[in-house]
Each structure stands twice: as structure tokens, then as C-alpha cells.
Design a protein around this ligand. Structure first.
Ligand SMILES: C[S@@+](CC[C@H](N)C(=O)[O-])C[C@H]1O[C@@H](n2cnc3c(N)ncnc32)[C@H](O)[C@@H]1O
Length: 251
């Protein structure tokens, strides 16, 4: 079950418990091997031209497959949107599946999506929303614009996750939160990790650059964002999913 979001200083008991649980989660994550393995195999940023070509193809495939994913994802999106507040940016908005749960809560989000086909689809579907065709490594928004930045199944696909988190930190207001729902890599020694590593070279080009072995917590140290909440919400050998929040201190 998801744990409550607790800000430092708000209470000692739950905060200690939260920290202990996060420590345990983060300790199990093979961040060093994730980085070394990816960079050795694919290079630091990958092949941008090749990636762009794959994204067009992936946009069509993803639009077709999304309804099936939603059996699992819809309740997670609703839960995540329930934690959003104020000015909100959705990065890697895809076909816009996070938009309806936000609009239902009275939040009118800005959307960022680098894939031209998907961005055009978002503009058609939500003519009243700000849609940026841009990558989250370079968000075209001013500093401290947002109370919430939200991502669902995006950090697995971005070229430079550390730069994405730096940009998220830049556009968040002090006290703002980055909410994410991401599939993640298993810890070292887990049978699922062997499966993820074995399939990743085939999976990645077929799935729009998606890596099976990443974990958002491996990149937070590039920023001053603080892990506020990190919770496994779906088990699975190939695609275990976590939900979490990083917050920007200083409110
Ligand atoms: C698996 S899809 C998820 C789409 C959507 N968030 C959802 O939940 O349905 C991954 C999305 O990340 C986008 N993406 C890939 N690289 C990105 C980047 N560097 N910055 C922002 N989004 C990116 C893809 O174009 C795609 O829309």
C-alpha cells in the first residue's frame, strides 16, 4: 500500500519509518551497475538519429497497446494525480492518459512531449492546453514555474535521466514535488534482473528506447531533490512498478 507523504520536520515517528523504508529500497538498487551497464552497451546518450526514428514507429505502437496497459495503469494514474496540486506539468505526456485524471481534479496541466506525432495528437485532443514539443532534458519553461511535475513511464525512455531531474528541479517551485510512476530494474541477484538484462537489447529498440533496468532513485543524487516517497506498487519479473515523489526543499 502507498505510504503517506511526510515532509521533514512534520512528525518524528512516521518520518523515521519512512526514511528506514526508503533506505531499504534504495540500498537494494544496483545504481552503479545500471549506469556502467548502460553506458558500456549503449553509450552515454545513445544514437539520437536512430532514437528519433524509433520514436515515430513507437508512437503508433504505443497508441495501439495503451488500452491494454491501462488495466494496470489507470488506478495508478488516479492515485498519482490525486497527489498533484497547483500549476502542473506532465513530462513525456504520450497520448495524454494522465490528463483526464488531472482535469477531473480541477488541474489544467501543461504537457511536454518530444515525439512530433504524439505532440500533434495532444494538441488535437486538448486544444486548450499548453503542449510543448520538447524533451524533458530541456524544458521550455521558466524557473520555479510549477508546483507539481508528473511523469508516468517516462524516465525509462529519456536519454539523460540526470539532466531530466535537474530540469525538473529547476522548473519546480520550492516545496514543489515531482511525482512519478515508473517501471524499474530489480536489485542485483534477483532472477528478474537477469531477465531484464537479457531482454533489454531487444526490448529497447522495439519500445522507443525504454530501458528495463533503470530506477529513478539512481539519478536523484545529481540534484538537490529529496526522496519523499518511494513505494513498489506492482510486482512483476519484467516490469515491476514503483510510485514515488521527490520534493524540492526551501518552501
Ligand atoms: C512509455 S511512453 C509513456 C507515455 C505517457 N506518459 C503514458 O503514461 O502513457 C514514454 C513517453 O516518454 C516520451 N519521451 C521519450 N524521451 C523523452 C524525453 N527525453 N523527454 C520527455 N519525454 C520523453 C516518449 O515520447 C513517450 O511519450
Amino acid at each position: 500500500m502507498p505510504i503517506a507523504i511526510v515532509f521533514p520536520g512534520s512528525s518524528t515517528g512516521p518520518e523515521d519509518e519512512l526514511k528506514a523504508r526508503i533506505d531499504q529500497l534504495v540500498r537494494g538498487i544496483p545504481c552503479a551497475s545500471v549506469t556502467a551497464w548502460h553506458e558500456g552497451r549503449f553509450g552515454r546518450t545513445g544514437n539520437a538519429h536512430q532514437r528519433q526514428g524509433m520514436m515515430g514507429y513507437f508512437a503508433s505502437v504505443y497508441s495501439l497497446l495503451a488500452p491494454a496497459f491501462e488495466l494496470v495503469m489507470r488506478p495508478l494514474r488516479e492515485q498519482q494525480s490525486g497527489a498533484a496540486s497547483g500549476q502542473t506539468l506532465v513530462i513525456g505526456a504520450g497520448t495524454g492518459l494522465d490528463v483526464a485524471p488531472l482535469l477531473d481534479r480541477g488541474i489544467t496541466p501543461d504537457l511536454l512531449e518530444p515525439d512530433p506525432t504524439l505532440a500533434a495528437g495532444l494538441r488535437r485532443r486538448y486544444p486548450g492546453l499548453q503542449v510543448w514539443e520538447a524533451a524533458a532534458e530541456d524544458i521550455p519553461a521558466p524557473d520555479e514555474r510549477y508546483d507539481t511535475v508528473l511523469a508516468t513511464l517516462v524516465l525509462c525512455s529519456v536519454s539523460r535521466p540526470r539532466d531530466v531531474l535537474r530540469e525538473v528541479e529547476r522548473v519546480l517551485k520550492p516545496g514543489g514535488r515531482f511525482l512519478f510512476t515508473e517501471h524499474v530494474g530489480h536489485e542485483d541477484g534477483h532472477i528478474g534482473r537477469y531477465l531484464q538484462q537479457g531482454l533489454e537489447p531487444v526490448w529497447r529498440p522495439l519500445a522507443g528506447g525504454c530501458r528495463l533496468t533503470r530506477h529513478p532513485a539512481c539519478y536523484v543524487d545529481a540534484t538537490d531533490l529529496v526522496i519523499d516517497h518511494l513505494e513498489p506498487v506492482r510486482q512483476g519479473l519484467l516490469l515491476p512498478i514503483v510510485q514515488g515523489a521527490f520534493y524540492k526543499a526551501g518552501a
